[in-house]
Design a protein around this ligand. Structure first.
Ligand SMILES: [Zn+2]
Length: 130
């Protein structure tokens, strides 16, 4: 995620991250949540899209422990990358952190937290909750 460049669709998202808000889009035509940000609804093709702020709460849809990482991240291994289903109905990829002593598995409840990534850029991560 850290390699994404700001563009007209995602700049509002990254502005939210800088303010510790996880923002997503909602299609006002079909009422589906949209993520990642884009200007056309992938469900109905409509362009009446508004920005919302997520609760940051969700559960793990899928997860994988990374043992061999790109050179930039080799000092982090092992780490856990997950697909997370947010309560508002969208799915995003992130990293699970601060899970010591907890089992990280499908269905585990998680909550967003904001930290600087390896480049010092504010980034959404997730921690497990009970
Ligand atoms: Zn739609």
């Amino acid at each position: 995620m850290s390699d994404e460049l700001p563009d007209p669709d995602s700049s509002h998202y990254w502005e939210g991250i800088s303010n510790s808000e996880l923002r997503y889009q909602l299609c006002n035509s079909c009422k589906k949540s949209i993520f990642y940000p884009r200007s056309i609804c992938p469900t109905c093709g409509g362009n009446d899209i508004s920005w919302q702020v997520s609760s940051g709460l969700g559960e793990i849809y899928a997860c994988s422990t990374i043992y061999r990482a790109p050179p930039k991240y080799k000092d982090k291994v092992p780490y856990i990358v997950a697909l997370i289903d947010l309560n508002e109905g969208f799915r995003m990829m992130s990293e699970i952190i601060d899970f010591e002593g907890q089992v990280v598995s499908v269905g585990k409840r998680v909550q967003v937290t904001f930290r600087d990534d390896i480049d010092g850029k504010p980034t959404p991560y997730f921690t497990t909750i009970d």
